[in-house]
Design a protein around this ligand. Structure first.
Ligand SMILES: NC(=O)c1ccc[n+]([C@@H]2O[C@H](COP(=O)([O-])OP(=O)(O)OC[C@H]3O[C@@H](n4cnc5c(N)ncnc54)[C@H](OP(=O)(O)O)[C@@H]3O)[C@@H](O)[C@H]2O)c1
Length: 380
């Protein structure tokens, strides 16, 4: 076995996160090393597997990721931030079915409360239901809610991959012992299961305050005339019908309480359709119309209806689009620096943690190289 290598030198001075690579060693995420916890940092670097590296531990940032050699640690491209480098690594680990519990995107996140004490107080004690929480934006949003609330939150996490949800629960509850996470399998495209899912929620999770309708997917880049009916069905069932069904099911509860937040994840695709995306774009345009109608219908209530429209975000989204072909998915991000899931999670939690009278009705979030669905500046 080779000795451990410290992969810190390629990170940006002043904002770096040390990434320590231990060949042949499965890593254990370590949640905090920072200037307020020097003793903990020392303890970690003194462990037998980590002989005192010359790693700098920098202010306000966590932490250390230890990564198996099966997955090459990417060298940071000069135009890529360290966050992107780490994010591609994590996407790669997830793609290779590296156990979710051993992957810690949170490892490079700030551990201070994200939006300060006012936001934490506004989120305190809330129950948040997130669909599509097993990966990407939904997963990051779960961590962001836990972080921003200082753990004073209940999270109902749903998706089809229950094992992934369970690992997220374990990780969040370990980091935030006050939090309570309910991982519950739900396929939003199976509309007949939605009523029972809500009706059978554990008693302590029934009083939902925030619904994040995030589950969504795209299949293929086929043009009209060649699109498989099964792809049309699954995209509409998941992105539109599932979102509508869950919203309709929870709306009476929100109306009874006179408040609540419904946050729908749309897309630039819903504003600007592009060739090869007819169905996906149509689903996201439907989400936009539905969301705007709902906001108008609920004008006399304190129910906030929020839409967040991401531009390009590197998640499992493109891997799903190309049916598991990681090479094709990676090509989408060649020469550009896409957003990471955490960027959108921050916007979601920011919107929800505003004062009750503030509705962040609509946002469109691009990475800096993107100016429309198809206008991207690529450095190849
Ligand atoms: N990434 C982008 O560039 C981008 C841009 C604009 C908008 N968006 C939107 O952002 C949202 C999240 O996508 P992402 O980028 O985070 O992609 P992702 O990593 O592929 O995550 C999608 C999530 O949706 C879940 N999901 C898919 N089908 C489902 C179903 N039938 N029932 C329940 N859950 C289901 C997946 O979980 P399971 O597989 O475990 O069910 C997964 O947790 C989607 O609505 C997407 O359209 C993404």
């Amino acid at each position: 076995m080779q000795g451990p290598q410290v992969y810190a030198s390629s990170l940006n001075p002043g904002e770096s996160v040390p990434l320590i690579w231990l060949p042949d060693v499965v890593f254990e995420p370590i949640s905090y090393i920072g200037d307020t916890a020097p003793a903990a940092a020392e303890q970690i670097v003194r462990r037998p597997l980590l002989p005192a590296p010359r790693t700098r531990f920098l202010r306000d940032f966590s932490t250390t990721s230890l990564v198996s050699p099966l997955f090459p640690v990417p060298h940071r491209h000069p135009q890529h931030s360290h966050t992107r480098t780490l994010n591609s690594l994590i996407t790669s680990l997830q793609h290779h079915k590296f156990p979710q519990s051993l992957i810690s995107p949170r490892a490079f996140r700030r551990t201070i409360m994200s939006f300060g004490t006012s936001a934490a107080a506004r989120l305190a004690g809330k129950t948040v239901l997130i669909t599509g929480a097993s990966s990407g934006i939904g997963r990051a949003t779960a961590f962001e809610f836990a972080n921003a609330s200082g753990g004073d939150i209940k999270l109902i996490l749903t998706a089809r991959r229950e094992a992934a949800l369970v690992s997220i629960k374990e990780e969040i509850e370990k980091a935030y012992p006050k939090s309570k996470v309910f991982p519950i399998a739900l396929d939003v495209s199976k509309l007949s299961t939605i009523d029972a899912f809500v009706d059978n929620l554990p008693a302590e999770a029934k009083d939902i305050d925030v619904l994040v309708n995030n589950a969504g997917m795209v299949h293929g880049v086929d043009q009209v005339g060649t699109i498989a009916q099964s792809d049309i069905d699954i995209m509409f069932q998941t992105n539109v019908f599932g979102l509508i069904a869950l919203t309709q099911k929870l709306l009476p509860l929100f109306k009874e309480k006179g408040k609540g937040d419904i946050l729908n994840i749309g897309s630039i695709a819903g504003r600007e359709p592009y060739p090869g995306g007819a169905i996906y774009c149509a689903t996201k345009a439907a989400v936009k119309s539905f969301t705007e109608t709902l906001r108008k219908e609920l004008i006399a209530t304190r129910i906030r209806v929020i839409e967040v429209d991401p531009g390009q975000v590197e998640t499992e989204f493109s891997v799903v689009r190309f049916r598991g072909d990681k090479g094709k998915a990676d090509a989408v991000y060649k020469g550009v620096e896409p957003l990471i899931a955490e960027d959108i999670a921050e916007v979601i939690v920011f919107a929800v943690s505003r004062r009750e009278n503030v509705v962040i009705a609509d946002t469109l979030v691009f990475p800096s190289h993107q100016a429309s669905a198809l206008i991207m500046h690529r450095k190849l």
